[in-house]
Design a protein around this ligand. Structure first.
Ligand SMILES: [Zn+2]
Length: 629
């Protein structure tokens, strides 16, 4: 199904034929999977069709997905057809060879992916459900411009806006699906390539959402302090990019060109290019501020040494599933250099952020402005990472961001407010537009890029763009044709080795609460993956919100019987919220309980944390997401 699309004009290249040289007419190309054919292929699968036709109920006052945001609710197509296909596009580039090797940049490719917003977020975040649409060499993309690379994609979407996608359900019936492109996700550089100034650090206007200048962003920390860009004004500004005032207008408006995305109906680069918390927070603001506090604590104030910090980092009691993201030790030499950043991947940085109170709090004075500022950043990140956001929390987030930025500029007067810090002022409105920020982050897409890299890792890099798309299409065809249960299936390992005797308390639970036959074989797998969450023995789950504090419990066993997963838990009592550790304090209760896995609220797996402080035997839980208490 992938085809080669020509881009730009042909050119002559001299090639050797035996002893002679000839000029051959060549064209730059990229590989492309037509959007219509891709959507038809997906919707011919009944499990995907079922997901698309399912309308998830809106929980009033709580934002959970794109469908709760204004972009969805005010979209003209979705207003008349709630089952229309919600398309989410993503663009990024990846280096296929070793970035430190001699072939650096030679085999860098740019990719466009599509996801379906109709799929449940847990399914959508699976790498199998991010679909490649186009792959092209970065050299070709930068030679002809990203507008040229996106042209065919935009043309396809516009045609589908008119005609919809005709899907053959069976021999007798077919159905036409309307489409609505909700968002175009990209990192800041790629998003700014779509018409805005690419060097955000040096441009007069630094933001694609508002008219902020570098100066005005240093002292204003609320979105209302800035003039937002609007569709109409942006269109007018693009029209002024010709003529003698072109250069002046380009600088004063902070735009380079009109994006080809503007040709799409109901899409505008000023509202459909959301900011990305992964790049802004976990690859920008968090490592920068972490370095600030470590310099303050280890070098200026000498509260503890880098060696002590690294020892604690190494000896920390990580959860079993966290070991893959264990943060790297901090390099003392680079900590002393002002120009170097702390090097961790985004997922390592996220984990470090969530454990850092346990690494440093007992070593620093209780009242410390640097720590207060960092704690504000942790709270902001918790809200940004939440799968569900209460409308009231959005106002709280706005206050937290203003407080954080005000305190940051006061305690680090030598540091500027970088553009990524400014973008945070738009997060509250972005939640209202698109729902929780985790649905517009590019963390999972980055994971997909590593799959793309693996697909290209088999030697021959000639016409690698086509190879990547072909391999991806083969894998997709295999998945869609293999069975219909791949979409929602729990994953666990049940074999003859983990068959167990039915224990009396499990037997009692099954008899009292389920229709499962007690004579069926019962397994005890080590872990179960359900709705993209991996449950393991010893990890902590959130059971509910409780009267005063959230109610947590520890998984003591997992059982699988007749394809049903049963979780046995040890109950925990939440005693209080400890502001110093920004965590809940829990104690074990003697009672146990059982749940079917589907009854457990979807919430990231938690872990019991312990302080390094001598004599402190408390058990803490620091949730990655914000829990209203
Ligand atoms: Zn802005």
């Amino acid at each position: 199904m992938p085809s080669q699309v020509r881009v730009g004009r042909g050119y002559y290249k001299t090639e050797k034929f035996g002893s002679k040289r000839r000029k051959i007419l060549k064209y730059d190309t990229y590989s492309y999977v037509p959007v219509k054919a891709l959507l038809q292929q997906l919707l011919e699968n009944s499990a995907i069709r079922d997901q698309v036709s399912e309308i998830r109920p809106c929980s009033h006052g709580i934002l959970q997905d794109y469908c709760d945001g204004k972009i969805f609710q005010e979209h003209l197509v979705l207003q008349r057809d709630r089952n229309a296909l919600q398309l989410i596009a993503y663009y990024d580039e990846i280096e296929l060879c070793n970035p430190l090797g001699s072939s650096n940049k030679k085999h860098k490719v740019g990719c466009i992916f599509l996801s379906l917003g109709n799929l449940h977020p847990n399914i959508r975040s699976s790498l199998d459900f991010m679909f490649i649409v186009a792959v092209g060499s970065s050299k070709i993309i930068s030679k002809h411009g990203i507008n040229e690379f996106l042209k065919v994609f935009v043309k396809d979407i516009n045609e589908l806006n008119q005609s919809g996608v005709l899907v053959q359900i069976n021999e007798q019936s077919s159905k036409v699906y309307n489409i609505a492109l909700l968002a175009f996700l990209a990192d800041n550089l790629a998003a700014h390539q779509l018409g805005f100034k690419e060097s955000m650090g040096f441009a007069l206007r630094i933001c694609r959402s508002c008219m902020a200048t570098r100066n005005s962003s240093q002292r204003n920390f609320r979105e209302t302090d800035f003039e937002l860009r609007t569709d109409i004004e942006h269109k007018r500004q693009c029209e002024l990019l010709t003529g003698p005032m072109q250069s002046h207008n380009s600088t004063s408006f902070g735009i380079n060109r009109r994006s080809v995305l503007e040709e799409l109906k109901n899409v505008s680069v000023v509202k459909n290019l959301p900011h990305d918390i992964m790049h802004d927070l976990f690859e920008g603001i968090v490592p920068r501020e972490l370095k600030c506090i470590l310099v303050e604590f280890c070098i200026r104030s000498n509260f503890f040494s880098v060696k002590t910090f690294n020892q604690r980092l190494v000896n920390f009691d990580y959860g079993q599933l966290e070991l893959g993201d264990k943060p790297a030790e901090i390099d003392e030499v680079s900590l002393k250099k002002p120009e170097t950043n702390i090097r961790q991947s985004a997922s390592q940085m996220l984990l470090l952020l969530m454990i850092i109170p346990f690494l440093v709090v007992d070593l620093i004075p209780q009242e410390n402005h640097n720590w207060t500022c960092f704690l504000l950043l942790i709270k902001i990140c918790q809200i940004c990472l939440s799968w569900q956001i209460d409308l009231n929390i959005i106002d709280y987030l706005e206050i937290l961001i203003e407080e954080h930025h005000t305190l940051f500029t006061r305690i680090y007067p030598q540091l500027s407010v970088i553009p990524k810090m400014h973008y945070m002022v738009h997060y509250p409105r972005q939640i209202r537009l698109f729902g929780p920020l985790v649905h517009t982050w590019t963390m999972r897409h980055e994971g997909k890029l590593s799959v793309v890299k693996k697909a290209s890792c088999h030697g021959n890099l000639k016409n690698i763009s086509l190879t990547i798309t072909k391999r991806h299409q083969h894998h997709l065809s295999y998945l869609l044709n293999s069975n219909n249960t791949f979409i929602n299936r729990d994953k666990y390992d049940c074999n003859s080795k983990n068959i167990v005797e039915m224990e009396s308390d499990v037997l009692h639970y099954i008899k009292q609460n389920t229709h499962i036959s007690v004579s069926s074989t019962i397994f005890k797998p080590k872990s179960v993956k359900h709705s993209s969450i991996v449950y393991t023995k010893g990890s902590i789950i959130l059971l509910g919100k409780g009267n005063l504090y959230p109610q947590f419990s520890e998984i003591s066993d997992l059982y699988v019987i007749e394809s049903q997963v049963i979780i046995k838990v040890k109950l925990l009592e939440t005693k209080c919220f400890d502001n110093i550790y920004n965590s809940f304090v829990v104690e074990e209760l003697p009672q146990t309980d059982f749940f079917l896995i589907a009854q457990v609220p979807a919430f990231p797996i938690l872990h019991i944390r312990k302080s390094f402080a001598q004599g402190n035997n408390k058990k803490y839980i620091l949730p990655r997401q914000f829990i209203v208490i």
